[in-house]
Design a protein around this ligand. Structure first.
Ligand code: ACO
Length: 320
């Protein structure tokens, strides 16, 4: 009998401190109205010193374990998608594994897939479960974006927030995850970057750079193609999708994608207005919120999509 992966439980963590657009007006040449009109963002959670990618991942994990009704000893693999890891190494996943007391299982971070990191991690977990190699995978997106944005740069810092979301995927004999689709195009590498690394000495810390306008146009184009690919591979009509769970980058992009699926906005899991863009954490955060408040129900069909630096992008079609 074929093996599929199923979402067993979800969890999340958001930093306590909330920074509104009105707070930003006091620090930057910007306005609440500009930010809402161009992005849809009203506020974001910003991490305090102790709220690191690891700490937030651990909190989200405990919620997800409780929701899945399993203990850490059931976990066969840990994948943490983060562009803002605790350290270059040991990975955030290894540090988390140590805290969970489950030494031995594979644990690794996906760093460079940026905002598409959760979808990449989710896809890897699904492949390992389908192949029969493992039974239960902890997949996390955890980000402290506030530490890589330049707080003097109004074009980027207003967009991002911090947080973590976790999903437990487990083996079952019916889907579950129907398919995942991953893509990358390195020729667009300069559109969104944090151009710092260990290959060359750096004179000073370099913050995120983004060609927002160009990225907007590319995102609309690649996400449209991605939806077509995902639905065609599964022989599914767009009207059968119950929920769109998108990466939360810009409300205008999200509205465009909902329109492409002919989907009313109350069928789109949106957290952007309250949380900003939390990069790799945005999809599991949006999923967890809609699951916890009862909007997403068992048996419904979910389309998850993400895009980010690289460029990288991907989707997952999931029977929840
Ligand atoms: N407040 C006020 N004015 C601003 C601000 C601000 N925070 N930021 C930029 N402006 C100004 C610009 O300087 C520019 O002024 P000018 O006309 O005098 O030169 C004007 O607003 C318009 O700037 P644009 O960049 O053309 O504005 P646009 O409508 O494209 O909106 C935005 C910018 C919101 C960044 C949009 O392009 C966008 O969302 N792009 C997609 C970004 C994205 O998806 N990022 C994340 C993807 S990957 C990831 O999640 C890591």
């Amino acid at each position: 009998m074929a093996t599929y992966s199923q979402i067993l439980g979800t969890g999340s963590y958001l930093p306590v401190k909330i920074v509104t657009n009105y707070d930003l007006e006091k620090m930057l040449d910007t306005s609440h109205d500009w930010i809402v009109e161009r992005t849809g963002i009203r506020q974001r959670h910003i991490a305090a010193e102790h709220e690191t990618a690891l700490m937030m991942a651990e909190c989200a994990t405990h919620q997800a374990l409780t929701a899945a009704d399993i203990t850490p000893s059931h976990i066969d693999m840990i994948i943490v998608a983060t562009t803002t890891p605790e350290k270059l190494y040991p990975s955030t996943a290894c540090l988390l594994q140590q805290r969970l007391g489950v030494a031995g299982c594979p644990a690794f971070d996906l760093n460079s897939t940026a905002c598409a990191g959760f979808i990449y991690a989710f896809s890897i977990a699904d492949q390992y479960i389908r192949s029969g190699t493992v039974k239960t995978v902890l997949v996390i997106g955890s980000e402290v974006m506030s530490r890589v944005v330049d707080w003097q740069d109004r074009a980027t810092c207003v967009l991002f927030g911090d947080g973590a979301g976790a999903v437990i995927l487990g083996a079952q004999n019916k889907p579950g995850v129907l398919s995942t689709h991953l893509h990358a195009d390195g020729t667009y590498g300069d559109v969104l970057a944090v151009p710092i690394g260990v290959g060359k000495p750096v004179a000073q810390y370099t913050y995120m750079t983004m060609k927002g306008n160009q990225l907007f146009k590319i995102a609309v184009n690649i996400l449209g193609q991605l939806f077509d690919e995902t639905l065609t591979v599964n022989g599914i009509h767009k009207s059968e999708v119950d929920w769109l769970v998108p990466h939360q980058a810009n409300m205008r992009i999200i509205h465009g994608m909902a329109k492409k699926l002919a989907m009313p906005l109350d069928r789109v899991a949106i957290t952007l207005d309250e949380q900003g863009n939390t990069s790799a954490a945005s999809i599991p955060l949006a999923l967890d919120k809609a699951v916890r408040d009862g909007r997403i129900q068992r048996g419904q069909l979910l389309l998850l999509e993400g895009f980010g630096g690289g460029l990288t992008w991907g989707s997952a079609l999931v029977r929840y």
